[in-house]
Design a protein around this ligand. Sequence first.
Ligand SMILES: CCCCCCCCCCC/C=C/C(=O)SCCNC(=O)CCNC(=O)[C@H](O)C(C)(C)COP(=O)(O)OP(=O)(O)OC[C@H]1O[C@@H](n2cnc3c(N)ncnc32)[C@H](O)[C@@H]1OP(=O)(O)O
Ligand SMILES: NC(=O)C1=CN([C@@H]2O[C@H](COP(=O)(O)OP(=O)(O)OC[C@H]3O[C@@H](n4cnc5c(N)ncnc54)[C@H](OP(=O)(O)O)[C@@H]3O)[C@@H](O)[C@H]2O)C=CC1
Length: 269
Amino acid sequence: MSSAYFQGPWVPAADRALVTGGSSGIGRDIALMLAGAGVEVFVVGRRMERLEAVAAESDGSITPLAADIRDADAVDAAFTAAEAEGGPVPLLVNAASGAFLAAAEDISPGGFAAVVGSSLNGPFQVLRRWAQPLLGAGTPGAAMMVSSALAEREVPGAAHSSAAKAGLEALIRSLAVEWGPRGLRINSLAPGAFSTEGADAGMWSFGPVHDAALDNIPLGRFGASDELLGPAAFLLSRAAGYVTGATVVVDGGWHLSPHPFGSVFPPRG
Ligand SMILES: CCCCCCCCCCC/C=C/C(=O)SCCNC(=O)CCNC(=O)[C@H](O)C(C)(C)COP(=O)(O)OP(=O)(O)OC[C@H]1O[C@@H](n2cnc3c(N)ncnc32)[C@H](O)[C@@H]1OP(=O)(O)O
Ligand SMILES: NC(=O)C1=CN([C@@H]2O[C@H](COP(=O)(O)OP(=O)(O)OC[C@H]3O[C@@H](n4cnc5c(N)ncnc54)[C@H](OP(=O)(O)O)[C@@H]3O)[C@@H](O)[C@H]2O)C=CC1
């Protein structure tokens, strides 16, 4: 991944970053982009071998740290390891999250908790642990949470994820106000439909869902991974120094659709 995304005023806002979900898909691409631009990157995910594979792929500095973001102690240990040599980490990307397709009546309490845990509770623990030492030291920082273009829309078949992502966007607005005066910027990047390992396995390989999404994207296609990198680079750069509490939607216009999934997921008859 080239450093071409960071040029002129678009230099990274700091030289150290922690990226959750950095072993796959969107988080992996962002981690490689940052490392390619000379940022020291720590990648977090549940499976160490996949984190190590990303680290091996980069010519830059990527350190793998295994943790489930739903486990506050594991999150704390990952940050403690990242901070051990260079102190608080000023840049944060939270791309980790998980979801599965299911009719609402088939989502068990445990299933709802698993998805909301990885998409809202866990990201809050990550943000809180990231911010604590920065606030204590008065060091500026910037966080970018990966949300979803449909956070504010109806998503039949993914009610848990939709509720959690809407909560995540509400959360970043509150934190931007609480922490802005103390030097921290908090934004979110909201992707539309992107082909990634996890999303393909869980959603896009299911033909009716894939086709319904495509039919309702005004630009008529899924996004290409590099189309997220420019907006991500912007939010993590000095050029975004006056941007906080914002959600940047990158979805080919999908969120404007009258119904983002047409009638692909009718209620049980
Ligand atoms: C009309 C169609 C709508 C299409 C929707 C499109 C939405 C667009 C925007 C979506 C925004 C979000 C996008 C993404 O997240 S893309 C990235 C996707 N990547 C992944 O999801 C990969 C990671 N996935 C996971 O980690 C898991 O799916 C999970 C989130 C569940 C977490 O795993 P965990 O290890 O905690 O899970 P367990 O196996 O222990 O299960 C916990 C409980 O969840 C229940 N469960 C799990 N899978 C399913 C399933 N497929 N269906 C129903 N229930 C499921 C499981 O039974 C457990 O419940 P119990 O405790 O009751 O047993
Ligand atoms: N691709 C798409 O179309 C869309 C994606 N998004 C969002 O983009 C983000 C990235 O998704 P995408 O790249 O597609 O997904 P992937 O499944 O390809 O990547 C998910 C990453 O998160 C990690 N992860 C998942 N759950 C946890 C957890 N509980 N703790 C720590 N790490 C975890 C995974 O590693 P491991 O499994 O080893 O833990 C992996 O590195 C997510 O927030 C997703 O909701 C939003 C809208 C659409």
